[in-house]
Structures are given as structure tokens and as C-alpha cells.
Design a protein around this ligand. Structure first.
Ligand SMILES: *Cc1c(COP(=O)(O)O)cnc(C)c1O
Length: 244
């Protein structure tokens, strides 16, 4: 069996075991393939074995793979840092933008969507680990940011997204996921227009079990499926690196 299919079945089993342990229905948790640096051929192997969701971190990569993948049914989410000069393309190629994290971006997304006369699905990214190197709105600003987002009815808010702390100590990582869940409950309580905060996008290769225990509805997994990447993650997650 191809290693990707084999890894996929291992990951699905991990999701199932974590759900059962947490008393949840495994169908409540979807798997998004984090496909940065992965070739279209390898992504296709995963899609053809039943996967439906991919996530890209760079608009350029999303665009490059679009043609190769457009005849294989799937949805593409954008999960990387979004620069405002890439808005037009990201709206063209992504079905959902999970990394909305600042007012300037909200304004510019809205302006573009108004021009196109349409709406877009988004999630709000929260920096739940308080690390400076990570993108996302600061947790203490998340509720007021959600209120700002609610003023723009071109943006259909589907959930919250976060990258947990990088730590071998799952109890520290867990706090990030608990924080995201609390913020979700708080924001749901506000009953904001065009907010349907059903999703908590959290958990990756090394911490998906913890995320599922804390309520994840979407885990984003790359390494455990496609193998390790040559670029360090800071290349994708760090402001200095992405501005180069
Ligand atoms: C790369 C990436 C993932 C997946 O990380 P792995 O450790 O490879 O599973 C998830 N979310 C985001 C935002 C990513 O950039």
C-alpha cells in the first residue's frame, strides 16, 4: 500500500480513538490535510482515497496546485498568514480562509467581496499560545475583534482556528485548546449576525488527540500523513520569515 494511504488510515484511527476516549462521535471531527510543500500528485492520492479537505499556507502554492486538483473533488482552505496584496487570489482559489486575524484584513476582504458581489467563509485565527512568533489575534482581543468582524456581512464566520503551543507537555498545549473553546462559547453567547461558530480548527500531527479531547471539530494534519518537510515551520508562521 502507498505510504500516504497507510498514514491516512493511521491518522483516522487516532482520530477515532481520541473521539471514543472523549465520548465524542468520530464523525464530528473532520480531517484537513495540511498540504504545504506537498506535490499535487501526492495530494491527489489522498483525495482519491476519500479525503475532501486540504489547507495551504501560501497563496502562491494554492494557486499553483489549483489546476492540477480542480477535477478531483475537494475543498481548499487557506491556513497561512494572509498578506492583503494576496486577497484577490485567495478569494479566487480558497473555499474558506481560516486565518483572519486583524481589522485591516477584514476591511480589505470586505471591500473585495463587495466589488465581486459575493460572500466568503472565514474563521478567526487566535494566538492561543501568546507566542510572539505566531499569527492570530491576541486572546484578550478576540471578542472585540469578533464584534468588528460581525459588522461586515460579506464574511460568514464558521469557526475559530489556532495553532497550539509547541511543547512536549500536553498539559500546556491543552490550555491553548481550552482557551479557544472558551472564546467560542463567549462569542456564541453574543449572538452576532452571520456568525455560525460551529468549528474549532485545532490540533496537528503531534497534538490532535489533546485537541479532540478539548472539542476540536477539524484537525489539520500534514507531517503524520505526508512525512516531514524540508522547511522549518517558522518559514510559514513567523512574521519576519513571511515578509522576506
Ligand atoms: C503545517 C500546518 C499544520 C500541520 O502541521 P503538522 O505538524 O505537519 O501536522 C497545521 N496547521 C497549520 C496552520 C500549518 O501551517
Amino acid at each position: 500500500m502507498n505510504y500516504i494511504r497507510e498514514n491516512l488510515s493511521v491518522v483516522h484511527e487516532r482520530i477515532k480513538v481520541a473521539c471514543l476516549k472523549a465520548g465524542r462521535n468520530p464523525q464530528e471531527v473532520s480531517l484537513l490535510l495540511a498540504t504545504k510543500t506537498v506535490s499535487s500528485e501526492n495530494i491527489k492520492i489522498a483525495l482519491q482515497s476519500g479525503e475532501t479537505l486540504i489547507g495551504e499556507n501560501k497563496v502562491q502554492e494554492l494557486k499553483e496546485k489549483y489546476n492540477a486538483l480542480k477535477d478531483t473533488p475537494h475543498q481548499a482552505h487557506f491556513i497561512g498568514h494572509l498578506q492583503t496584496n494576496k486577497i484577490k487570489d485567495v478569494l479566487k482559489y480558497a473555499d474558506c480562509i481560516q486565518s483572519v486575524d486583524r481589522t485591516e484584513l477584514v476591511e480589505k476582504l470586505d471591500a473585495r467581496l463587495q466589488r465581486e458581489g459575493r460572500k466568503a467563509d472565514i474563521m478567526i485565527q487566535v494566538n492561543s499560545s501568546f507566542e510572539e512568533s505566531k499569527f492570530g489575534i491576541a486572546p484578550q482581543e478576540a471578542v472585540s475583534f469578533a464584534k468588528i468582524v460581525s459588522q461586515y456581512d460579506t464574511l460568514q464566520v464558521k469557526g475559530l482556528m489556532t495553532i497550539g503551543l509547541f511543547s512536549a507537555e500536553q498539559e500546556q498545549v491543552r490550555k491553548c485548546f481550552q482557551l479557544l473553546k472558551r472564546l467560542q462559547q463567549q462569542i456564541i453567547g453574543l449572538n452576532l449576525p452571520h456568525f455560525e461558530l460551529n468549528h474549532l480548527s485545532m490540533g496537528m500531527s503531534h497534538d490532535l488527540e489533546t485537541a479532540i479531547e478539548e472539542g476540536a471539530t477539524m484537525v489539520r494534519v500534514g507531517t503524520a500523513i505526508f512525512g516531514s518537510r524540508i522547511y522549518p515551520d517558522s518559514y510559514y508562521w513567523n512574521e519576519q520569515a513571511t515578509n522576506k
